[in-house]
Design a protein around this ligand. Structure first.
Ligand code: AMP
Length: 283
């Protein structure tokens, strides 16, 4: 695996591959890699000739400075995992490389519309603008044919879909399934920060989403959401939201619809904020 820290060096290497007609697949990450990330690499491996992974903890998408400071960094282990999964290129830029204009400069604004106002958008001001800025910069650097992202961050996938439309970048977005621990907890770099007691409770978020999914056509939504919030609170979670939305546009629902729906939750165990979601397929 090659490692590049500068956009110019990365592009020189990729230029040769593109000239040779090779298909470039790209998996952007913030590191502290787990099997969920590696599953994206494996999917990319099956579709692409050249698999590029980036590790960059993007300061502009953290609305909580403490969350940024405490974000886990495990670069040595990450490199071993990426090599093991057959990654061709790791792009590991510095903050200065990605933000030569400065992190606090005025960045480009993306009109994500409604998508940015609900759920994560409502609870994490400016988060999706930060995601838009960095993913746009990374896509300009790599110019991949295929882009691989996880359904774990459902709203982020929708934001990136919109970003690709807004910027007319021709990369194809592949949304890959959420990998879970044995007890159902969605894998996440932030899980590393859960203490043993919190880790035991943590799977309740996926159990509650499953409860919502199973009862979506039998219990009225207001009661269903209230029961779900109670379940999380009883387990020790502080709930930000538990919602049922239209899977296509994230319009929040008060009753079932004929199309695909998605149940989404965000809740905190102490300082650690976890998110998860489950698709509720059409009947
Ligand atoms: P992150 O490093 O958290 O920014 O995640 C990088 C990519 O991995 C994003 O596209 C995530 O949606 C995806 N990802 C994170 N956790 C999982 C998971 N448990 N299963 C599948 N993909 C995931």
């Amino acid at each position: 695996m090659y490692l590049f820290k500068e956009i110019a060096r990365l592009q020189e290497a990729l230029e040769q591959e593109k000239t040779a007609g090779r298909r470039i697949g790209f998996v952007p990450t913030m590191g502290a890699l787990h099997e969920g990330h590696i599953s994206l690499i494996r999917t990319a491996r099956s579709v692409s000739d050249i698999v590029v992974c980036s590790i960059f903890v993007n300061p502009t998408q953290f609305n909580d400075p403490k969350d940024f400071e405490l974000y886990p960094v495990t670069i040595k282990e990450d490199i071993l995992k990426l090599t093991g999964a057959g990654t061709d290129i790791l792009f590991l830029p510095s903050v200065n490389e990605m933000y030569p204009e400065g992190v606090n400069a005025k960045h480009r604004y993306y009109d994500f519309g409604y998508l940015e106002t609900v759920l994560e958008g409502a609870y994490r001001p400016n988060h999706f603008q930060g995601v838009g800025v960095i993913v746009h910069k990374l896509l300009e650097a790599v110019q991949p044919d295929d882009l691989f992202m996880g359904q774990k961050d459902y709203q982020q996938c929708m934001i990136i879909k919109r970003l690709l439309e807004l910027t007319a970048i021709p990369s194809k977005l592949h949304i890959c399934p959420t990998l879970r621990e044995e007890d159902g907890l969605a894998m996440s770099s932030r899980n590393m920060r859960l203490d043993p007691r919190a880790r035991q409770i943590a799977a309740q978020i996926s159990q509650t989403l499953r409860y919502v999914k199973q009862n979506v056509r039998s219990i009225p939504f207001p009661d269903l959401k209230q029961n779900a919030a109670k379940q999380l609170q009883n387990a020790g979670y502080q709930v930000d939201y538990i919602e049922i939305a239209n899977a296509d546009d994230l319009a929040l629902l008060n009753e079932p619809v004929a199309g695909e729906m998605v149940a989404l939750a965000a809740a905190k165990l102490g300082e650690i904020r976890l998110i998860d979601n489950m698709i509720i397929a059409k009947p």
